[in-house]
Design a protein around this ligand. Structure first.
Ligand SMILES: [Zn+2]
Length: 717
């Protein structure tokens, strides 16, 4: 066991910048904070950053009234780790979140939201992609964490769950209107995350037609409209004048410059450079462009500095050996920049493709990337990173390699932090359970292939996914097969290939592909889930359960798919007729996705059936708040209250039901009549049973019984 490292409190003391009194920057402790994050948005696709073909009038206008950083970098081209860096002011090595899914921001992290909440700010977040769902830990400190992503009926959220700018804006606007109604003068910190520019590029009209040649620009244009609406709303409520707005990208997007399409694999400029704009009317300079490099990790210290909040060390929280982020206010006020070293990384190639991880540094005029085939670029003269100077300027490269190694060594993760290396014993244990572990794929980094050699498999996968999305299933199959051929330890193409086979009605082919995929990648949960779902389709419940039932038990290991696995297990047991086990699996799924009514409906149905009345009632009440007029729900509540002999309440629910739905399913009259008879109200009971008789179409024993009741109750009157 590695020795537990002691961090000194100095780690968190960002130096208070000396801009107080500077005419250009007015420190404003009472300001609101609005952070808008633009997923997958390259700086060089924004008008104010010099791009002509796009359409970003709103971002441009805000930047013209504020300060923009021309050379802002993300430390990591992955959504979750990048946002963790943004909101902790530290690099992935420090906050511990290295990839999307599976990692969760540790509770000990002190986020911007937590700091501002402690200072009395109302906090609210509105996110648009599954990768930022509350289960991944960024909800810390947010009183409202709105991750209401639309899911298809009968499903739980998955990796592809996302929402468009119009939907996230609507939720933000509703919250904001309410905030202003309650107390407009209460300080707030709001975060709105737009996901639209992410693949696949499918802007709605008119941007679909306008940007036929470049739908990525169309997505940015669509998002820009809603940025404008946010600003208009703040202005309308007269809140804008007292708000610091920060617009920032989480990472860029590659279009084949270095072989990648997308953004997860490499750390070239196209993956890392993002827009970064600060706007606070009358408090920050107008239309100021700053060429000095800035980093996502600087945003939090800058905001705190602007609010005059000194950073205090918080006991028990996870700091890095030295703060990564600095306040940018001195630069904004006109101070000269100091030379900084930016750490950059992507462990995605290691964790998803079995390659060496990408790690590197940006320092002075150079970028160094440490890989089996290492790279050195002179950014000042070669911003396109075309000429690798590793051998030509080997002394520089060696120096940077050493600096990088020292930096990484400082961050050796303490026990308990996600992403730490496993001990041999832990590794064996996990392997015996069939679990994936990060070190198993990159145990021997020296022998791993360079991601440059495996980018082909990712590209084939990306093209295949696009074709499949366009309905060209047969063409897509060719690409997925090629991706697997190029890199059998890349698991995603197996999933997509199986889906493609399934769409073509070849279920046996799909099963075969997944079996092969699991054999090659025994630790990949998603392949097992896909396989179990196919078995479920064939009513092979026990086999499916066998595959899934151990998966969720791995604490913290499957943050991303845990609820999905529980949900599928619930379905499997339910279909099999095992209500007790179905309930015990639906419960944690419902807990993880409290806003998902389908899970709750399935769970409550079984609880009610199994006579677990108090728990069922609690969920019914919850559902009633969300769908107050639902006939089935009101009927079930009426029945349950009758079962627990609360006849008055039962009656209330029948009355509600009939008020909501004047033509309910005919059985409602029958049930209601019996309840009324139980309470001695034979007159009303007779009225309801008459309705049943009038509306019930068949002439069977039920109708016969009803007539007998009617006779009995009429004579009782
Ligand atoms: Zn992203």
């Amino acid at each position: 066991m590695p020795e537990k490292k002691l961090f000194l409190p100095i780690a968190l003391l960002w130096l208070f910048s000396l801009v107080h009194g500077s005419p250009a920057v007015k420190i404003t402790p009472g300001a609101n904070i609005l952070v808008i994050t633009l997923d997958t948005t390259r700086a060089d696709r924004i008008g104010i950053y010099g791009y002509q073909p796009g359409q970003t009038p709103n971002i441009d206008a805000i930047a013209r009234k504020g300060v923009r950083f021309e050379n802002a970098y993300t430390p990591v081209p992955l959504t979750l780790p990048a946002h963790c860096s943004l909101f902790t002011g530290d690099i992935p090595l420090a906050h511990g979140v290295r990839n999307n899914g599976r990692y969760r921001l540790p509770a000990q992290s002190d986020t911007l939201a937590e700091i501002l909440q402690r200072r009395g700010f109302t906090t609210a977040a509105f996110v648009s992609s599954f990768t930022l769902e509350s289960r991944f830990g960024l909800d810390q400190g947010f009183a409202v964490y709105n991750d209401n992503l639309p899911v298809k009926k009968g499903q739980v959220k998955t990796y592809s769950s996302e929402r468009t700018a119009d939907l996230v804006f609507a939720d933000f606007a509703a919250w904001f209107e309410n905030h202003c109604r309650e107390d407009k003068n209460k300080k707030f910190f709001a975060w709105v995350h737009f996901f639209d520019p992410h693949m696949p590029y499918t802007p709605p009209e008119p941007f679909k037609t306008l940007f036929q040649q470049n739908p990525y620009d169309g997505e940015i244009a669509f998002m820009d409209v809603y940025i404008g609406k946010i600003m208009a709303l703040l202005e309308e409520k007269q809140v804008l004048a007292n708000t610091l707005t920060v617009i920032v990208g989480d990472h860029g997007e590659a279009f084949g410059e270095h072989g990648e399409f997308g953004h997860m694999m490499f750390c070239y400029e196209e993956n890392l450079r993002v827009p970064l704009v600060f706007y606070a009317p009358g408090r920050l300079p107008e239309n100021k462009s700053i060429a000095d490099r800035a980093n996502l990790v600087d945003v939090m210290p800058t905001i705190l500095d602007f609010l005059a909040i000194p950073i205090q060390p918080v006991p028990g929280h996870v700091p890095g050996p030295e703060p990564s982020g600095i306040s940018l206010l001195p630069l904004i006020a006109g101070a000269a920049a100091k030379e900084r070293t930016f750490y950059i990384e992507s462990v995605f190639p290691a964790e998803a493709l079995g390659c060496a991880p990408v790690k590197g540094l940006i320092k002075g005029e150079y970028k160094f990337i440490d890989l089996p085939h290492p790279e050195l670029y002179h950014l000042a003269t070669d911003p396109g990173e075309k000429e690798n100077l590793f051998f030509k300027q080997n002394a520089v490269a060696r120096q940077l390699k050493q600096t990088l190694a020292q930096l990484i060594k400082q961050y050796e993760p303490p026990i308990g932090q996600p992403g730490r290396e496993l001990s041999a014993e832990e590794e064996r244990k996990l392997k015996s359970l069939g679990y994936f572990s990060f070190s198993s794929k990159n145990a021997n980094a020296a022998n791993l292939p360079d991601p440059k050699e495996k980018i082909g498999s990712l590209t084939e996968f990306v093209v295949g996914s696009r074709l499949k999305g366009e309905g060209k299933t047969n063409e897509a199959i060719v690409y997925f097969n090629r991706a697997i051929e190029l890199n059998p330890t890349f698991s995603w193409p197996y999933s997509m290939l199986a889906q493609a086979y399934l769409e073509s009605g070849k279920i046996e082919g799909a099963l075969d592909v997944l079996k092969k995929g699991i054999a090659q990648n025994p630790g990949e949960y998603q392949l097992k889930i896909d396989y179990a779902l196919l078995l479920k389709k064939q009513a092979r419940w026990d086999e499916a359960i066998e595959i899934l039932k151990e998966l969720p038990r791995q604490e913290g290991g499957i943050v991303d798919v845990g609820p999905e696995v529980y949900y599928i297990l619930g379905d499997l047991y339910s279909e099999k007729g095992d209500a007790a086990n179905a309930i015990s699996n639906y419960r944690p799924a419902a807990l993880a996705e409290p806003e998902n009514f389908v899970i709750k409906q399935k769970l409550v149905y079984l609880l009610h059936q199994s006579q677990k009345y108090p728990e069922a009632l609690e969920i019914y009440r919850d559902l009633e708040k969300a769908t107050p007029g639902d006939t089935g729900l009101l009927l079930n509540m009426a029945i349950l209250y009758e079962q627990i002999k609360k006849y008055d309440l039962s009656k209330t629910y029948y009355i509600k039901l009939l008020a909501q739905n004047p033509a309910p399913p005919v059985r409602v009259y029958y049930n209601y009549a019996l309840l009324l008879a139980k309470t001695g109200d034979f007159q009303e009971a007779a009225k309801q049973i008459q309705r049943f008789i009038d509306n019930y179409p068949a002439d069977d024993s039920l109708k016969h019984t009803a007539r007998e009741y009617l006779e009995k109750w009429e004579s009782a009157n």
